[in-house]
Design a protein around this ligand. Structure first.
Ligand SMILES: Nc1ncnc2c1ncn2[C@@H]1O[C@H](COP(=O)(O)OP(=O)(O)O)[C@@H](O)[C@H]1O
Length: 332
C-alpha cells in the first residue's frame, strides 16, 4: 500500500492550444508546422478519457486557445465551441478555462463571461445576473482558488490590455492603451509582423497582450496573503513570462513586471504554466526556484501523438507526467 509520502496530496490536468476547427489541415503562418484542426478534437477527447481513467485529478487547467480563430471565417465559432465543450460534459473533475488570443478572435469578453469558458469564482452568479455581467465586462478575468489546504492557484488574464479580435471594445481604455503600446514599439502596418524588432522586442505584436496595473496589484496582494498563510502558489496564464521558457515572440508585453513580482514572492511561487508557443518550452529560474512550463500546442501534434499531462503535487515537488510531446519532469 502507498505511504503518504508516495501519494500526491492532489493532482491536476494540463492542456493547451487545442485550437479546434472544422477545417482542413494547413501550415502555420511561417510555413514551418502543420496544424491538424479536426484531429485536435480527438486529441482533446483522448486527454479527457485519460484523466477519467486515471481517476485522480481534481481539476484541469485548460490554458487557452481552445478553438481556432479561423472558425470566424466560416461563422462557425459557436459550433466549434459547443464541440469542445461537449468533450468535457459530465467530467468528474473541475475545469479552469484560460482565455487566449483565439478566444478573442471568436468572441467578445461579454460573450465569454456568459459562456462555460468563464470559470471564475462568480461564474454561477454571473450566468443568472445580467447586471453583474455588464459591470464585469470591462474588468479583466483573473482569480485564485485553493484546491487543497496550503496550496493556491492563480489564473491570470494576459489579454487584459489587448487589441486582439473582438475581445475588448474599441472604445475601452484597455484597447486604447494596447494601441499606444503596440504603435510605439512596432512600426509595421501589419501589427502581427515583428519585422524590424529584435530580441525580446519581437513580443510587441498584435497576437500578444499585457496585464494592467490593477491586475498586477491584485497579483501582489494575492501572493502577500498566500505568504501570510504559508501557502505555496502555482500561477497560470495563456502567455509565457520568462524569455528562456519560449520563443521570445510569444512573451507577454510586460513580462518583466510579472517576473519581478514572481521573484519578489519566490518563497511562495512554485511554478508558472502557460501555452501560446506551440513549440513548448521549459526553464528553471534557479535563482528564484521557479519553474516556467510552456506546454506544446495540441493543434500542431500529428495524429498518433498528443500533448497534455497530469501533475501530481507532493509536499516537496511537482511531478509532471507528460503524454506525447509534453515531456515528463520532476520539479522540486
Ligand atoms: N511574422 C508574421 N508576420 C505577419 N503576421 C503574422 C506573423 N506571424 C503570425 N502572423 C499572423 O498573426 C496571427 C496569429 O498568428 P498564429 O501563428 O496564427 O498565432 P497562433 O499561434 O496563436 O495560432 C495570424 O493572423 C497570423 O497570420
Amino acid at each position: 500500500m502507498a505511504t503518504t509520502e508516495e501519494r500526491p496530496l492532489f493532482s491536476f490536468g494540463i492542456i493547451a492550444d487545442v485550437q479546434y476547427g472544422d477545417l482542413d489541415d494547413a501550415m502555420n503562418f511561417t510555413q514551418t508546422k502543420k496544424r491538424y484542426y479536426r484531429n485536435a478534437l480527438y486529441l482533446l477527447r483522448e486527454a479527457v478519457q485519460h484523466w477519467k481513467e486515471e481517476n485522480r485529478i481534481q481539476f484541469v487547467l485548460q490554458l487557452g486557445d481552445i478553438i481556432d480563430g479561423f472558425n470566424t471565417r466560416r461563422k462557425n465559432s459557436e459550433n466549434a465551441l459547443q464541440a469542445v465543450l461537449k468533450e468535457f460534459q459530465g467530467v468528474p473533475f473541475g475545469l479552469h478555462h484560460i482565455w487566449g488570443n483565439h478566444e478573442f478572435y471568436n468572441f467578445s469578453r461579454s460573450y465569454l463571461m456568459k459562456s462555460p469558458l468563464f470559470t471564475g469564482p462568480e461564474s454561477q452568479d454571473i450566468a443568472s445576473n445580467l447586471k453583474e455581467v455588464v459591470k464585469k465586462e470591462a474588468d479583466a478575468v483573473y482569480y485564485d482558488f485553493s484546491p487543497y489546504n496550503g496550496y493556491r492557484f492563480v489564473i491570470l488574464d494576459n489579454y487584459d490590455i489587448s487589441m486582439c479580435g473582438i475581445g475588448r471594445d474599441k472604445d475601452s481604455p484597455q484597447y486604447k492603451k494596447a494601441g499606444e503600446i503596440l504603435r510605439q514599439m512596432n512600426k509595421n502596418e501589419e501589427l502581427n509582423s515583428p519585422d524590424g524588432l529584435f530580441g525580446v522586442d519581437r513580443r510587441f505584436v498584435l497576437f500578444n497582450g499585457g496585464m494592467g496595473e490593477e491586475q498586477l496589484q491584485w497579483l501582489r496582494e494575492t501572493l502577500e496573503v498566500a505568504r501570510q498563510r504559508g501557502e505555496k502558489v502555482v500561477i497560470s496564464g495563456h502567455v509565457p513570462v520568462h524569455p528562456n521558457s519560449c520563443y521570445v515572440m510569444c512573451l507577454l508585453w510586460n513580462y518583466q513586471d510579472v517576473l519581478n513580482i514572481l521573484q519578489d514572492f519566490s518563497d511562495v511561487v512554485l511554478a508558472y504554466f502557460s501555452g501560446h508557443d506551440h513549440g513548448g518550452g521549459y526553464h528553471f529560474d534557479s535563482g528564484n526556484e521557479i519553474h516556467h512550463v510552456t506546454l506544446p500546442g495540441v493543434i500542431e501534434v500529428p495524429p498518433g501523438s498528443n500533448a497534455f499531462g497530469t501533475v501530481d503535487v507532493f509536499s516537496d515537488r511537482l511531478v509532471m507526467h507528460g503524454v506525447g510531446q509534453l515531456e515528463s519532469r520532476v520539479m522540486k
